[in-house]
Design a binder for this molecule. Structure first.
Ligand SMILES: Cc1cc2nc3c(=O)[nH]c(=O)nc-3n(C[C@H](O)[C@H](O)[C@H](O)COP(=O)(O)OP(=O)(O)OC[C@H]3O[C@@H](n4cnc5c(N)ncnc54)[C@H](O)[C@@H]3O)c2cc1C
Length: 382
């Protein structure tokens, strides 16, 4: 029998995960003033409150501040939070990828130092991968680390770093400086560091997005001295480590639930007796959402089993971002209005925000073309 190319086993949420739903909705009700489509996504107090409830680092070992809950319970918490428009950014990167990467590759000291703080909602991580001229081509990174006494001296720059201006640490992807000769293996020397963003030599400059908001940044590193104990994993193992980090980044339901509130608003506007075309268009969006959710749950199942569903994650991210980009298009067809960011009417500002946000969905976390390359490899076509 041929080996299946992709694995999307159907998964039913176990009773303990379903039981979480009411608990999370109650929490959301208590924090209603912080929820919503256009309210800021970044709120350390909210992250601390989630940390206190044990909803960050849910699946991590207790000895590192985790709660040893299942991937399904975590899924329900995230799903409910995203659907309500909760501000998750202050802890989300740490919870989704930096913490798990530290648990997988970090030293005992690093696990004990970082993971409990992330789980408490006290420590914010950002992702230091992309650079000018090396976004998709991550292996082309030009940031260089040189071994010096007691640590590493790092020079280079990073670009599009979300939340760097309010984060505490970045996981920095770079290469060990070589002898200047061209390396035949483009992944050789790749290395990751746990970079304290307050170290001397680090300058963080804002880059405004299409909405004119300060969300991402450029980081300049000039002779930044990182101590030995902040090397993550092994020198030269960075490519293997970053690939694992990207799989965590791509596997979450935030890849198709960001505009859920807008979908809900469209259903409300359609009313109880929509015309056939409206019913068909909304029905299609809802059916697609149900399918994406099943696929994403199946990935949660694989993570629960300790597998690395890299190809499946790429499929869900590609389909999920396509879906999210379709929502404002369908909205404009069904309920056309003049978009206005500052409009008082919810739908009018939603359509403005979502239209201007939509291009980013298929760029961040790996562009559509790059994901399709991964999928093609998964199918044995490359
Ligand atoms: C909202 C947002 C937040 C982000 N946050 C972060 C962050 O926190 N940390 C971080 O490190 N990065 C972040 N990024 C950066 C993001 O990961 C990169 O923008 C992305 O990887 C693309 O890289 P690039 O911009 O250099 O484009 P390029 O790599 O130059 O790509 C340009 C175009 O060429 C296509 N292309 C490139 N190579 C190939 C190829 N081999 N085959 C086919 N087509 C190709 C791409 O698909 C794309 O359409 C963020 C981006 C956005 C939009």
């Amino acid at each position: 029998m041929a080996t299946p190319m992709f694995r999307f086993d159907p998964v039913d949420l176990p009773p303990e995960a379903l039981a979480m739903r009411a608990e999370v909705r109650e929490f959301i009700k208590e924090h209603q003033h912080l929820m919503g489509f256009s309210r800021g996504e970044f709120n350390r107090d909210f992250s601390r409150a989630m940390g206190k409830r044990g909803w960050i680092g849910m699946t991590w070992p207790k000895q590192y501040g985790g709660h040893e809950r299942s991937a399904f319970e975590r899924y329900v918490v995230i799903e409910e939070m995203l659907a309500a428009g909760a501000p998750l950014s202050a802890h989300y990167t740490g919870d989704r990828q930096s913490g798990p990467n530290i648990l997988r590759f970090g030293t005992e000291e690093q696990k004990q130092f970082f993971c409990p703080k992330i789980a408490a909602g006290e420590l914010t991580f950002c992702i230091g991968m992309s650079e000018p001229n090396s976004g998709s081509d991550l292996a082309g990174t030009r940031t260089r680390a040189v071994k010096v006494d007691g640590g590493y001296k790092i020079n280079g720059s990073k670009l599009w770093t979300s939340n760097a201006h309010r984060a505490d640490y970045a996981i920095l992807f770079c290469k060990m400086a070589g002898d200047g000769k061209e390396e035949p293996d483009r992944h050789a020397g790749a290395t990751q560091f746990l970079l304290d963003l307050k170290l001397p030599g680090i300058e963080i400059r804002p880059v405004l997005n299409l909405l004119g908001e300060h969300h991402f940044n450029e980081i300049f590193l000039t002779d930044v001295l990182v101590p030995d104990n902040r090397l993550l994993g092994k020198e030269g193992n960075g490519w293997n480590q970053v690939t694992s980090e990207l799989a965590f980044e791509r596997s979450a339901p935030d890849r198709f639930l960001v505009l859920f509130q807008m979908l809900r608003e469209m259903v409300r506007m359609a009313g109880l007796d929509p015309d056939r075309a409206t019913a068909a268009a909304l029905g299609k969006l809802i059916a697609q959402l149900a399918t994406l959710r099943s696929m994403s749950l199946s990935i949660a199942g694989m993570l629960h089993e300790g597998l690395q569903p890299n190809n499946e994650s790429a499929v869900v991210k590609d389909l999920g971002t396509r879906y999210e980009q379709d929502i404002p298009v369908v909205a404009r067809q069904l309920f056309p209005v003049e978009p206005e960011l500052e409009a008082v009417e919810t739908y009018v500002s939603m359509i403005a925000r979502s239209t201007m946000n939509a291009p980013r969905f298929s760029i961040q976390g790996g562009t559509r073309e790059i994901l399709r390359g991964i999928i093609a490899r998964g199918l044995g076509l490359r």
